[in-house]
Design a protein around this ligand. Structure first.
Ligand code: CA
Length: 412
């Protein structure tokens, strides 16, 4: 399938992708958009021309601050809209749409957070990451805690501080225990880190008391985004016992603006790693539930060029999204449209595939040298961190674009 839209080679936004987002131009209203090449399809403009008449969706639904209400219409409707747009953008329908009314250059638009996020949960599902952190923070001999292979460990995060790509992050302040010190001090974190993650967006409500089976999990997932779970390692290390992450995490997380649908990702499913010991029955699954998504992280220092510091892949994850959702609802906890569930740091086996500075620079013992000669153990003020992700198979590319943010000095 080819499109009449001019799509740059290696664009993440091929006609097979068509992810959903929220955009605005100038002081205009926020609207729902679909990315193609380096353009945005203004879905409202297509609706105005009557192309969604057979669907039970009013054109007013496409002028909106968030995608929640659209997603809540359900996959039969959201998939039909996406497939109709795909049909209209294909070569055979070159003459149907007025290009000047329907396409907006991405360079002229501002992207916004695509969903109003009610709840945010973060998992810890990479065995390589959990093992590395266990070695650095605790005990190299017993890096994985006894529960890790029996359940997808997670915690409830903070949704109010989830930012869209391009929004800057302030260095957090907090209590830290300095080496050799007896008492903690309050100061700006000196160990600001990124965590390379993928998030998924809940696409269907579940009821209180209901548990979602792994075989039904995909009905409840609208799509995926890139996710940077910013972390302050010094604050985290001092505060996390015994209840887990708190202020070392809640100051900010960043996500990419385009939600790539599960339907667009379907061709890129792969088998996950073997799980041993065997999991309890409610966590068993059949079929391919992992996704082959190439991931990378770049650090751009102030007035410098970008340095790619990690290349990883989402397929390495030990626990898959179906298991995460089944576990999260196993106690009857309900899910709501727009909730974000993030994967946990995606680390691979190789040292250059680790998904955080904590691991890449091994707790500060192996600093990374940037192309400008500067060294990094963690993220410095004015560094920008950019994450990218894409799938590719049979010359078809489906990607996520990027999530980027610059770290600014702490506010006094
Ligand atoms: Ca995390």
């Amino acid at each position: 399938m080819t499109s009449w839209v001019d799509i740059p080679k290696d664009s993440d936004f091929s006609i097979y992708n068509l992810p959903f987002g929220i955009f605005s131009v100038g002081n205009g209203n926020k609207k729902m958009g679909i990315a193609i090449g380096d353009q945005i399809v203004d879905v409202y403009a297509i609706a105005e021309q009557g192309y969604f008449k057979e669907l039970t969706v009013d054109k007013g639904a496409f002028v909106t601050d968030y995608l929640n209400d659209f997603i809540d219409l359900g996959k039969p409707v959201t998939n039909a809209v996406r497939l109709k747009v795909q049909d209209l953008l294909s070569d055979k329908n070159h003459s149907l749409l007025d290009q000047t009314k329907v396409l907006v250059p991405q360079s002229e638009a501002q992207m916004h957070l695509p969903v109003l996020i009610g709840d945010y949960t973060d998992f810890y599902s990479s065995i390589e990451h959990a093992t590395n952190v266990g070695k650095i923070f605790r005990d190299p001999e017993n890096a994985l805690l006894p529960n890790w292979k029996h359940l997808p460990v997670g915690y409830h995060g903070r949704s109010s501080s989830i930012l869209v790509s391009g929004q800057n992050v302030y260095r957090p302040k907090g209590q830290v225990m300095l080496p050799e010190a007896k008492d903690p001090v309050f100061q700006p974190s000196s160990k600001v880190d990124f965590e390379l993650e993928m998030g998924f967006i809940i696409g269907k409500n579940s009821r209180i008391g209901e548990s979602i089976k792994t075989s039904h999990a995909e009905d409840y997932i609208f799509g995926k985004v890139l996710f940077n779970d910013w972390s302050a390692r010094d604050i985290q290390k001092w505060e996390y016992v015994p209840l887990g992450p708190f202020l070392g995490k809640s100051f900010a997380s960043s996500m990419s603006p385009w939600i790539v649908t599960l339907e667009a990702l379907e061709p890129f499913k792969v088998q996950g790693p073997e799980q041993n010991p065997e999991v309890l029955p409610y966590l068993t699954y059949s079929g391919q539930k992992n996704y082959d998504i190439h991931l990378e992280v770049g650090i751009t220092p102030k007035n410098g060029e970008e340095n790619i510091v990690s290349k990883s892949n989402f397929k390495y994850m030990y626990w898959n999204v179906a298991q995460q959702l089944a576990h999260h609802t196993s106690n009857g906890c309900n899910m709501k449209v727009g909730d974000v569930l993030a994967s946990g740091t995606v680390s691979g086996k190789e040292e250059n595939s680790y998904g955080s500075m904590l691991e890449l620079a091994w707790g500060g013992k192996k600093p990374i040298t940037l192309s400008n000669g500067e060294k990094r153990k963690f993220i410095e003020d004015f560094d920008s961190v950019t994450m990218r992700g894409y799938c590719e198979k049979d010359s078809i590319r489906v990607g996520f674009g990027e999530v980027t943010a610059q770290v600014l000095p702490a506010i006094n």
